[in-house]
Write a protein that binds this ligand. Structure first.
Ligand code: TGC
Ligand code: FAD
Length: 385
């Protein structure tokens, strides 16, 4: 909810059941603790296992590797229900599913899939994805992290920045350039000599999610840890397509929660002798929020169909990620104002959503970068550089 255009009628019985199960789980296990975690900047690490048990990690991966073989729409619905409660919790699931399990499943060897996927699916292992560097964010093609062939092993050097899950992660899928400047994906395990993952502190956003660096100082990586299936920048960008798709659904969940909170609050809160929801200015805000949410719902529903048919393009995914996150941020800012002073407190989830969404609008390709991807698609002229 809300479901103004009866989009539920377009979902299958199974999709609706999964949605209810995830919604119940989040309400029972996460809602009661999330505000405290965010206020205190604590990552609720016990939820890693709970998310695994609920099948929230890599749900589209086949059962043979610990997933549930769900369709892309179901994956999107799960992200929506997680982010209805907190974007940081959805970040944990996005990274594990789309940025760690997906590349191992898609580009990994049989041995890598058997070794890592079931444990990542169950939550026994946590993973992270290292693409961004201190000097290369929007332009990952300039990355400096290097991987060199030393005969019986590889040597990894460099640093990654802003990495979700990294300080807690058991493995990191890392993108680095080889001697020929070709981007390669490699699995780095916690405990490898020369590898560290210091935490980044003082975030005002995604405070319940843990973020860190990845530092590689002559890390010896076994040859069998290289992802053999694909190289080039296209490999990490394929992972980003999968995660960005989930984020387009997820942001919708945060917007829905802000809208519902503002609707309920303004119906109860009285000023000048009547509920503030009775004033035209507040009704305009509610009507515009509902319209924007409904448009965003239709966008991701259709995108899910295209993805299931193997027809969703990167530019279509960029449009949905960009539109839905900006929409959610706007809804959150408006909803916050509708709660007056109460809107700035942790009594209500809106300020937390709003601050979280400032990261969501930046990571996985900034708002600007997705516009440029669309500009390139429309004109055929890349304006990135
Ligand atoms: P460009 O020359 O356009 O492309 C390089 C190669 O990649 C191919 N390609 C794609 N392949 C698959 N999917 C896509 N979406 C692709 N886009 C491009 C392309 O065909 C080419 O292949 P080849 O074989 O010719 O080499 O690359 P560019 O360097 O000009 O960059 C384009 C640009 C700016 C769009 C790209 O660099 C970009 O998307 N930048 C944004 C970076 C970004 O999104 N970083 C995200 C880091 S991960 C993260 O934020 C996780 S947060 C998760 C959480 O907590 O939830
Ligand atoms: P910059 O690239 O320096 O951009 C700064 C500003 O310049 C932005 O407004 C941008 O839109 C604009 N800009 C850049 N290039 C252009 C251009 N060509 N034209 C016009 N404007 C431009 N990365 C990972 O690899 N793994 C993770 O797990 C991960 N998790 C993250 C978690 C959090 C909480 C955050 C905040 C980030 C995370 N990131 C992660 C990194 C994220 O993807 C980058 O922050 C993002 O890609 C932007 O890079 P940047 O921060 O270096 O900004």
């Amino acid at each position: 909810s809300p479901d103004f255009y009866q989009i539920d009628d377009l979902l299958t019985e199974e999709q609706l059941q999964v949605r209810q199960a995830v919604r119940d789980y989040m309400k029972q296990e996460v809602s009661p603790i999330i505000e405290d975690c965010a206020q205190q900047a604590l990552f609720p690490s016990h939820l890693i296992q709970g998310f695994g048990e609920m099948g929230l990690f890599g749900p589209t991966i086949p059962e043979e590797y610990g997933g549930n073989g769900f369709d892309d729409t179901t994956y999107g619905i799960m992200m929506q229900e997680i982010e209805r409660v907190d974007s940081g919790m959805r970040s944990m699931a996005s990274v594990q599913g789309s940025l760690v399990m997906y590349p191992i499943y898609k580009f990994g060897s049989k041995e890598q899939k058997r070794k890592y996927l079931p444990k990542l699916a169950s939550g026994e292992m946590l993973g992270c994805f290292g693409l961004t560097e201190p000097d290369h964010g929007s332009n990952p093609s300039g990355m400096r992290t290097s991987i060199t062939d030393e005969g019986d092993h590889y040597l990894l050097n460099g640093a990654k920045m802003w990495i979700t899950n990294s300080p807690m992660a058991d493995i990191a899928v890392v993108w680095a350039k080889n001697e020929e400047g070709r981007v390669k994906g490699v699995i780095v395990e916690k405990g490898m000599e020369g590898f560290s993952a210091p935490e980044i502190h003082n975030k005002w956003s995604l405070r319940a999610s843990i973020t860190g660096e990845l530092v590689f100082d002559n890390v010896k990586v076994p040859k069998e840890n290289l992802l053999p299936g694909k190289d080039g920048l296209g490999a990490p960008l394929m992972c980003l397509d999968s995660a960005r798709y989930g984020i387009a659904w997820g942001a919708l969940g945060a917007a829905m929660d802000c809208y519902e909170t503002a609707r309920k609050y303004t119906l109860e809160r009285e000023q000048f002798g009547k509920p503030i929801a009775g004033f035209q200015l507040q009704q305009k805000k509610l009507a515009e929020m509902l319209t924007a949410i409904t448009q965003a719902q239709l966008l991701v529903w259709r995108l899910g169909q295209l993805k299931e048919q193997g027809k969703a393009s990167s530019a279509q995914i960029s449009m949905a990620k960009r539109n839905n996150v900006a929409m959610a941020l706007e809804v959150a800012r408006t909803a916050r104002q509708m709660l007056g002073g109460m809107g700035i407190t942790g009594e209500y989830p809106i300020m937390r959503h709003m601050m979280n969404l400032e990261s969501v609008v930046t990571y996985e390709g900034t708002h600007d970068i997705h516009l440029l991807i669309l500009g390139n698609e429309i004109t055929g002229i890349p304006a990135f550089s």
